[in-house]
Unconditional design. Structure first.
Length: 309
């Protein structure tokens, strides 16, 4: 497997695993936990997981960091923590499927940042995929029943998208690109945890799981959307760059729809099926960019996808 194919595969795994957030978060909300407490436990349990992997794969010496790296790790840690917090807060204001789909504004933000700030050339396939994705996102301004979605919830999702886009670009352009993925992810989680500690102390809203199933959900959040997703995202950026990694995030709503149908009783309509197939087709075109980019002209992508609580 060459490095480019490996990068796309890892990026797809990162997107799909991050799409598991609602499956673990909503049951915890139903137990009365607050978003910041959920994320506190999510990060706290993910840190030792990544620490063990780092020690096993790279050795104890890999935990050493220089002063410059410390500031860099703090920066990406805060960015990722804020992105997670804004997204999890948005779940309390709108359907998680709509929130997860609206999050896809971040590939557009990444591409714009890379083009303007770093003069990265946009390919035809990348440009068309982003334009069509934006059209699909625009269609989400109303719910299935015709009601307009929460403005505040939308703002929260946009803030989550922005901070995530900045994170992707910063990792791609900073010296962190030359540091091992395990080390970057470990320290990102360590510094990101401070955001939730501060918020809990300021707001005095600390809550804990009240059932065994709640702790299972916390562990699931720590392993899949956190350790696996963050590790794979950072690794994919190393292999294929910022913009392709961001575009592969289109697999996140596919995961969300699967969760909605299997766990939350959502009906798999023709409209949703078409949306899933178009997303998969668009991602496949991105993977094979350069060989069949002319086919992209025929794409009609990203119908709105909805999961109800």
């Amino acid at each position: 497997m060459n490095s480019k194919v490996k990068g796309y595969t890892i990026g797809a795994i990162a997107a799909a695993s991050y799409g598991l957030n609602p499956m673990f978060a909503l049951p915890l909300y139903q137990e009365g936990m607050t978003p910041d407490s959920v994320l506190f436990f999510r990060y706290m349990l993910a840190i030792p997981i990544m620490g063990i992997l780092l020690a096993y794969r790279r050795g104890l010496k890999e935990f050493e960091i220089r002063k410059k790296e410390c500031f860099q790790f703090f920066g990406i840690g805060v960015l990722m923590a804020l992105s997670s917090l804004f997204l999890f807060l948005s779940y309390t204001y709108m359907d998680v499927g709509i929130a997860s789909t609206l999050l896809f504004i971040y590939p557009i933000m990444v591409a714009v940042m890379m083009a303007i700030g770093f003069y990265e050339k946009l390919s035809l396939s990348t440009g068309i995929c982003m334009v069509l994705a934006l059209c699909g996102i625009f269609l989400l301004h109303k719910n299935e029943d015709g009601n307009t979605i929460s403005l505040f919830g939308t703002v929260l999702v946009m803030l989550s998208s922005l901070t995530y886009a900045i994170y992707i670009v910063y990792v791609n352009q900073s010296g962190l690109k030359n540091i091992s993925t395990l080390k970057v992810t470990f320290y990102m989680l360590c510094f990101g945890l401070s955001v939730f500690i501060v918020k809990i102390l300021v707001t005095n809203t600390f809550t804990m799981p009240v059932s065994f199933f709640g702790w299972v959900c916390i562990l699931g959040l720590s392993v899949f959307p956190t350790a696996v997703s963050f590790l794979c995202t950072t690794s994919a950026i190393h292999y294929i760059g910022a913009t392709p990694t961001a575009i592969l995030g289109a697999l996140e709503p596919v995961t969300a729809v699967a969760i909605g149908v299997s766990l939350f009783g959502e009906v798999l309509t023709t409209r949703i099926v078409i949306g899933i197939l178009l997303i998969l087709f668009a991602v496949s075109i991105v993977v094979y960019d350069g060989k069949s980019s002319g086919m992209l002209i025929k794409i009609r992508k990203l119908f709105p996808i909805n999961i109800k609580k």
